[in-house]
Write a protein that binds this ligand. Sequence first.
Ligand SMILES: CC(C)(COP(=O)(O)OP(=O)(O)OC[C@H]1O[C@@H](n2cnc3c(N)ncnc32)[C@H](O)[C@@H]1OP(=O)(O)O)[C@@H](O)C(=O)NCCC(=O)NCCS
Length: 353
Amino acid sequence: MASTASIEILDLRHFAAPVLRPVLDAEGELWKQRLHWDYRSSTRLLMQYLDSHMLPGYAAVEDGHVTGYAFCVYEETKAVIGDVFALSSPPLDSQDSSLSGSLPGPRSGDGIHASARQLAPSAHQIEETLLKHLFETLLNSPQLDRVESQLLLHPSGAHAGIFREAGFQLFRRLFLVQTLQGLWNQPRVDLPGSLEMRPWRDEDLSPAGRLISDAYRDHPDSIINDQYRSIHGSQRFLHNIVRYSGCGVFSAPVSHVVVERISRRLVALVLGSRVSPESGHITQLCVHPEYRRRGLARMLLSVCAFHFMRLGATEISLTVTESNTEAIDLYRAEGYTCAHKFDAAVWQRESIG
Ligand SMILES: CC(C)(COP(=O)(O)OP(=O)(O)OC[C@H]1O[C@@H](n2cnc3c(N)ncnc32)[C@H](O)[C@@H]1OP(=O)(O)O)[C@@H](O)C(=O)NCCC(=O)NCCS
């Protein structure tokens, strides 16, 4: 009779970084293949957190080896599920003593199910087990009233079922890519005399927070990310992007703002980060509602693309919520195409009384 390999789910804080290295390396490989993203700086940061034994989450252990992990971070009364990833196990009948300790291939679950012969849990099953443990912990923590998650690496639908079962609302998001070859001309900056455009400066962080909260009022993205709903939250989002390189390495030379000449009010911005030597990523683009449909976003996108190209990038990516059709129209018109789809998930505790 065939037997099934058992996995143990243990507190992530028990593990030091080196035992997770094979999992993180395999995940990094997938980030490179699927999104052209160099995951090494994220891996380094994650390993520092793991070594501090303070990162909340779970590890999957099979046969003495860590084969998957999931973690979250807490922001006051909210938790953000940062990641989940598991290695595919080799089939049980090929697991002998000579194989133990070898590195399984870099395949994440994403709908790959074990065949009849493969009785070891698939990466997909391990990821779902890890997520279920996280849900159980987070949704039963009375101090938490919200959980958000954007698992960028995992194709839309891959874990949708268990998120929905746990009471999450899902929003499909698109990963769009533009190739930069052939766009060598300096873009024309055609602004009315009352406005000027300039590169990002450190002191823009505070007014940019105000602009983001104005630009995303009643916007679908402020349902997905509640930081957009307040100036303080938007500034926190910006801190993470600009100061802590929370989404690639922030690039000030590609990032630009548009300001009113007299009042110095910031009315539009584009922010970019390097996610690999070849790839730039637009982490934010927004225009104040009073200044929309005047071509500011289109101009900022071209300026950002031009500066990315001067830094040697050959492509730019960005993410956009599927229901944000105005922005999608703009990106498509600029030559962006969809390379990947993923899900954002939100759970909100129902208030009592
Ligand atoms: C999306 C956004 C950045 C567009 O800024 P903008 O300066 O108004 O855009 P532009 O004037 O450069 O518009 C360029 C094109 O985008 C499309 N577009 C922009 N706004 C649109 C709207 N409300 N309805 C339909 N199409 C729209 C059109 O194709 C437009 O070209 P056209 O004016 O020649 O028809 C702005 O609406 C915004 O800040 N929205 C909230 C934040 C956001 O969604 N950011 C993007 C997150 S991924």
